[in-house]
Design a protein around this ligand. Structure first.
Ligand code: SAM
Length: 241
Protein backbone atom coordinates (compact mmCIF):
# COMPACT_ATOMS: atom_id res chain seq x y z
CA UNK A 1 0.00 0.00 0.00
CA UNK A 2 1.54 3.34 -1.03
CA UNK A 3 1.96 6.28 1.33
CA UNK A 4 -0.75 8.89 0.92
CA UNK A 5 -4.36 9.46 1.85
CA UNK A 6 -6.23 6.82 3.83
CA UNK A 7 -8.36 4.75 1.45
CA UNK A 8 -12.14 5.18 1.87
CA UNK A 9 -12.59 1.39 2.25
CA UNK A 10 -10.61 -1.82 2.63
CA UNK A 11 -10.70 -4.39 -0.15
CA UNK A 12 -12.54 -7.59 0.71
CA UNK A 13 -12.20 -10.01 -2.16
CA UNK A 14 -13.43 -13.57 -2.52
CA UNK A 15 -13.18 -15.73 -5.61
CA UNK A 16 -10.29 -16.08 -8.02
CA UNK A 17 -8.16 -13.20 -9.26
CA UNK A 18 -6.20 -15.13 -11.91
CA UNK A 19 -7.06 -17.93 -14.34
CA UNK A 20 -5.06 -19.20 -17.30
CA UNK A 21 -1.60 -17.73 -17.89
CA UNK A 22 -1.86 -14.51 -19.91
CA UNK A 23 -0.67 -14.38 -23.50
CA UNK A 24 2.15 -12.00 -24.45
CA UNK A 25 -0.26 -9.59 -26.16
CA UNK A 26 -2.47 -9.49 -23.07
CA UNK A 27 0.53 -8.83 -20.82
CA UNK A 28 1.62 -6.01 -23.12
CA UNK A 29 -1.79 -4.34 -22.85
CA UNK A 30 -1.72 -4.67 -19.06
CA UNK A 31 1.66 -2.92 -19.10
CA UNK A 32 0.79 -0.17 -21.57
CA UNK A 33 -2.98 0.45 -21.77
CA UNK A 34 -4.06 -0.29 -18.19
CA UNK A 35 -1.78 2.38 -16.68
CA UNK A 36 -3.42 4.92 -19.05
CA UNK A 37 -7.05 4.08 -18.29
CA UNK A 38 -6.76 2.41 -14.88
CA UNK A 39 -8.02 3.82 -11.58
CA UNK A 40 -5.80 3.30 -8.54
CA UNK A 41 -7.98 1.86 -5.77
CA UNK A 42 -5.49 2.89 -3.08
CA UNK A 43 -5.55 6.53 -4.18
CA UNK A 44 -9.34 6.97 -4.00
CA UNK A 45 -10.54 9.52 -1.46
CA UNK A 46 -14.10 10.52 -0.67
CA UNK A 47 -15.89 12.38 -2.12
CA UNK A 48 -14.63 11.21 -5.51
CA UNK A 49 -16.07 12.73 -8.69
CA UNK A 50 -15.33 10.40 -11.64
CA UNK A 51 -16.47 12.80 -14.38
CA UNK A 52 -13.08 14.53 -14.86
CA UNK A 53 -11.59 11.12 -15.74
CA UNK A 54 -13.36 11.38 -19.09
CA UNK A 55 -13.30 15.00 -20.12
CA UNK A 56 -15.99 17.22 -21.59
CA UNK A 57 -17.31 14.87 -24.31
CA UNK A 58 -18.92 12.72 -21.65
CA UNK A 59 -22.25 13.83 -20.20
CA UNK A 60 -22.59 11.18 -17.49
CA UNK A 61 -20.76 8.24 -15.95
CA UNK A 62 -22.03 4.66 -15.67
CA UNK A 63 -20.52 1.96 -13.45
CA UNK A 64 -20.33 -1.81 -13.96
CA UNK A 65 -19.40 -3.94 -10.96
CA UNK A 66 -17.79 -7.30 -11.82
CA UNK A 67 -17.69 -6.99 -15.62
CA UNK A 68 -16.22 -10.49 -16.12
CA UNK A 69 -14.79 -10.53 -19.66
CA UNK A 70 -16.27 -7.09 -20.35
CA UNK A 71 -18.61 -7.83 -23.27
CA UNK A 72 -21.53 -5.89 -21.75
CA UNK A 73 -19.35 -2.95 -20.80
CA UNK A 74 -17.71 -2.78 -24.24
CA UNK A 75 -21.12 -2.93 -25.94
CA UNK A 76 -22.39 -0.06 -23.79
CA UNK A 77 -19.24 1.99 -24.46
CA UNK A 78 -19.62 1.39 -28.20
CA UNK A 79 -23.30 2.33 -28.21
CA UNK A 80 -22.88 5.43 -26.05
CA UNK A 81 -19.67 7.37 -26.79
CA UNK A 82 -21.22 10.28 -24.87
CA UNK A 83 -21.15 8.22 -21.65
CA UNK A 84 -18.09 7.39 -19.56
CA UNK A 85 -18.01 3.76 -18.44
CA UNK A 86 -16.15 2.63 -15.34
CA UNK A 87 -15.72 -1.10 -14.92
CA UNK A 88 -14.51 -2.82 -11.75
CA UNK A 89 -13.12 -6.34 -11.93
CA UNK A 90 -10.49 -8.07 -9.78
CA UNK A 91 -10.09 -11.06 -12.19
CA UNK A 92 -7.02 -10.21 -14.27
CA UNK A 93 -7.95 -12.42 -17.24
CA UNK A 94 -11.26 -10.54 -17.58
CA UNK A 95 -9.44 -7.21 -17.45
CA UNK A 96 -7.06 -8.43 -20.15
CA UNK A 97 -9.98 -9.41 -22.40
CA UNK A 98 -11.64 -6.04 -22.02
CA UNK A 99 -8.35 -4.24 -22.70
CA UNK A 100 -8.04 -6.18 -25.97
CA UNK A 101 -11.56 -5.06 -26.96
CA UNK A 102 -10.82 -1.45 -26.03
CA UNK A 103 -7.59 -1.47 -28.04
CA UNK A 104 -9.14 -3.19 -31.08
CA UNK A 105 -12.09 -0.82 -31.22
CA UNK A 106 -10.34 2.34 -30.07
CA UNK A 107 -12.87 2.87 -27.27
CA UNK A 108 -11.97 6.12 -25.52
CA UNK A 109 -14.73 6.17 -22.91
CA UNK A 110 -13.75 3.29 -20.61
CA UNK A 111 -11.85 3.41 -17.32
CA UNK A 112 -10.98 0.33 -15.27
CA UNK A 113 -10.60 -0.34 -11.59
CA UNK A 114 -8.80 -3.68 -11.48
CA UNK A 115 -9.85 -4.20 -7.90
CA UNK A 116 -12.72 -4.52 -5.43
CA UNK A 117 -15.62 -2.30 -6.58
CA UNK A 118 -16.30 -1.46 -2.95
CA UNK A 119 -13.18 0.74 -2.85
CA UNK A 120 -14.78 2.95 -5.48
CA UNK A 121 -18.30 2.76 -4.05
CA UNK A 122 -17.06 3.94 -0.66
CA UNK A 123 -15.40 6.96 -2.26
CA UNK A 124 -17.95 8.08 -4.87
CA UNK A 125 -19.56 11.42 -4.15
CA UNK A 126 -23.32 11.96 -4.18
CA UNK A 127 -25.12 11.96 -7.54
CA UNK A 128 -21.98 11.20 -9.55
CA UNK A 129 -23.39 8.21 -11.49
CA UNK A 130 -26.05 8.09 -14.18
CA UNK A 131 -26.47 4.29 -14.15
CA UNK A 132 -25.02 1.18 -12.47
CA UNK A 133 -24.89 -2.49 -13.47
CA UNK A 134 -24.27 -5.57 -11.33
CA UNK A 135 -24.67 -8.47 -13.75
CA UNK A 136 -24.65 -12.00 -12.43
CA UNK A 137 -22.69 -11.34 -9.25
CA UNK A 138 -21.29 -14.49 -7.63
CA UNK A 139 -24.30 -15.98 -5.76
CA UNK A 140 -22.42 -17.56 -2.84
CA UNK A 141 -25.40 -19.89 -2.22
CA UNK A 142 -24.28 -21.35 1.14
CA UNK A 143 -25.78 -19.45 4.06
CA UNK A 144 -22.42 -19.10 5.78
CA UNK A 145 -21.10 -17.35 2.61
CA UNK A 146 -23.96 -14.86 2.20
CA UNK A 147 -21.81 -12.16 3.80
CA UNK A 148 -19.54 -12.41 0.73
CA UNK A 149 -22.32 -11.28 -1.62
CA UNK A 150 -21.47 -8.04 -3.34
CA UNK A 151 -25.10 -6.90 -3.21
CA UNK A 152 -25.96 -6.15 0.41
CA UNK A 153 -26.89 -3.24 2.68
CA UNK A 154 -23.56 -1.36 2.31
CA UNK A 155 -23.39 -1.62 -1.48
CA UNK A 156 -27.04 -0.65 -1.88
CA UNK A 157 -26.59 2.32 0.43
CA UNK A 158 -23.51 3.49 -1.47
CA UNK A 159 -25.23 3.08 -4.82
CA UNK A 160 -28.21 5.04 -3.51
CA UNK A 161 -25.84 7.87 -2.63
CA UNK A 162 -23.84 7.81 -5.86
CA UNK A 163 -26.73 7.45 -8.32
CA UNK A 164 -28.49 10.58 -9.49
CA UNK A 165 -32.26 10.98 -9.16
CA UNK A 166 -34.01 8.85 -11.78
CA UNK A 167 -30.83 6.83 -12.54
CA UNK A 168 -31.19 3.11 -13.24
CA UNK A 169 -29.66 0.31 -11.22
CA UNK A 170 -29.67 -2.90 -13.27
CA UNK A 171 -28.99 -6.20 -11.53
CA UNK A 172 -29.16 -9.68 -13.07
CA UNK A 173 -28.95 -13.08 -11.44
CA UNK A 174 -29.74 -16.68 -12.31
CA UNK A 175 -29.87 -17.79 -8.67
CA UNK A 176 -33.43 -17.77 -7.25
CA UNK A 177 -32.17 -17.36 -3.67
CA UNK A 178 -29.98 -14.40 -4.63
CA UNK A 179 -32.88 -12.87 -6.57
CA UNK A 180 -35.00 -12.80 -3.41
CA UNK A 181 -32.05 -11.43 -1.43
CA UNK A 182 -31.41 -8.67 -3.98
CA UNK A 183 -35.06 -7.63 -4.05
CA UNK A 184 -35.24 -7.61 -0.25
CA UNK A 185 -32.09 -5.53 0.20
CA UNK A 186 -32.69 -3.06 -2.60
CA UNK A 187 -36.34 -2.45 -1.77
CA UNK A 188 -35.69 -2.30 2.00
CA UNK A 189 -33.38 0.66 1.42
CA UNK A 190 -36.22 2.85 0.29
CA UNK A 191 -34.26 4.84 -2.31
CA UNK A 192 -35.16 2.52 -5.19
CA UNK A 193 -38.32 1.58 -7.03
CA UNK A 194 -38.51 -1.73 -8.94
CA UNK A 195 -39.85 -0.94 -12.40
CA UNK A 196 -41.39 -4.39 -13.11
CA UNK A 197 -45.18 -4.50 -13.33
CA UNK A 198 -45.56 -8.10 -14.60
CA UNK A 199 -43.29 -11.21 -14.69
CA UNK A 200 -42.45 -10.62 -18.36
CA UNK A 201 -40.75 -7.39 -17.32
CA UNK A 202 -37.99 -9.22 -15.44
CA UNK A 203 -37.95 -12.59 -17.18
CA UNK A 204 -36.79 -11.21 -20.53
CA UNK A 205 -33.62 -9.16 -20.99
CA UNK A 206 -34.80 -5.64 -21.86
CA UNK A 207 -33.74 -3.80 -25.03
CA UNK A 208 -30.54 -1.81 -24.53
CA UNK A 209 -29.20 -4.42 -22.10
CA UNK A 210 -26.48 -6.39 -23.93
CA UNK A 211 -25.96 -10.02 -22.90
CA UNK A 212 -22.98 -11.38 -21.01
CA UNK A 213 -20.88 -14.50 -21.18
CA UNK A 214 -22.17 -15.69 -17.81
CA UNK A 215 -25.77 -15.28 -18.96
CA UNK A 216 -25.03 -17.46 -21.97
CA UNK A 217 -23.54 -20.16 -19.74
CA UNK A 218 -26.52 -19.98 -17.37
CA UNK A 219 -28.95 -20.35 -20.29
CA UNK A 220 -26.96 -23.31 -21.62
CA UNK A 221 -27.26 -24.99 -18.21
CA UNK A 222 -31.04 -24.41 -18.17
CA UNK A 223 -30.99 -21.72 -15.48
CA UNK A 224 -33.48 -18.86 -15.85
CA UNK A 225 -32.08 -15.37 -15.35
CA UNK A 226 -33.89 -12.47 -13.73
CA UNK A 227 -33.24 -8.96 -15.08
CA UNK A 228 -34.07 -6.47 -12.35
CA UNK A 229 -34.28 -2.78 -13.12
CA UNK A 230 -34.59 -0.29 -10.28
CA UNK A 231 -34.83 3.49 -10.48
CA UNK A 232 -33.29 5.87 -7.95
CA UNK A 233 -36.20 7.79 -6.42
CA UNK A 234 -35.90 11.57 -6.43
CA UNK A 235 -34.35 12.94 -3.25
CA UNK A 236 -36.64 15.04 -1.13
CA UNK A 237 -35.74 18.66 -0.43
CA UNK A 238 -34.39 17.62 3.01
CA UNK A 239 -32.03 14.92 1.61
CA UNK A 240 -28.62 15.98 0.37
CA UNK A 241 -27.40 12.50 -0.72
C1 SAM B 1 -20.27 -14.70 -12.05
S1 SAM B 1 -19.15 -13.52 -12.63
C2 SAM B 1 -20.13 -12.56 -13.80
C3 SAM B 1 -19.28 -11.78 -14.75
C4 SAM B 1 -20.05 -10.92 -15.77
N1 SAM B 1 -20.78 -9.87 -15.12
C5 SAM B 1 -20.96 -11.76 -16.62
O1 SAM B 1 -22.19 -11.66 -16.46
O2 SAM B 1 -20.44 -12.53 -17.47
C6 SAM B 1 -18.99 -12.37 -11.27
C7 SAM B 1 -17.83 -11.42 -11.45
O3 SAM B 1 -17.79 -10.50 -10.36
C8 SAM B 1 -16.43 -10.26 -10.03
N2 SAM B 1 -16.35 -9.75 -8.65
C9 SAM B 1 -16.48 -10.47 -7.51
N3 SAM B 1 -16.34 -9.68 -6.43
C10 SAM B 1 -16.14 -8.42 -6.90
C11 SAM B 1 -15.91 -7.15 -6.28
N4 SAM B 1 -15.87 -7.04 -4.94
N5 SAM B 1 -15.73 -6.07 -7.07
C12 SAM B 1 -15.77 -6.19 -8.42
N6 SAM B 1 -15.99 -7.36 -9.06
C13 SAM B 1 -16.16 -8.46 -8.32
C14 SAM B 1 -15.78 -11.62 -10.22
O4 SAM B 1 -14.36 -11.52 -10.39
C15 SAM B 1 -16.48 -12.13 -11.47
O5 SAM B 1 -15.80 -11.76 -12.65
Amino acid sequence: MPNGPEPAARRVLYGRRMGRPLRAGQKALLDTLLPRIGIDGDALCAPFDPRPLFGPRVSEVWLEIGFGAGEHLAAQARARPDVGLIGCEPFINGVARLLAEIAAEGLENVRILHDDARLLLAALGPETLGRAFVLFPDPWPKTRHHKRRVVGPDTVDRLARALADGAELRIATDDPGYKGWILRHVLAHGAFEWTARRPGDWRARPAGWPGTRYEEKAGGAGRVPAFLTFVRRPRTLCQSS
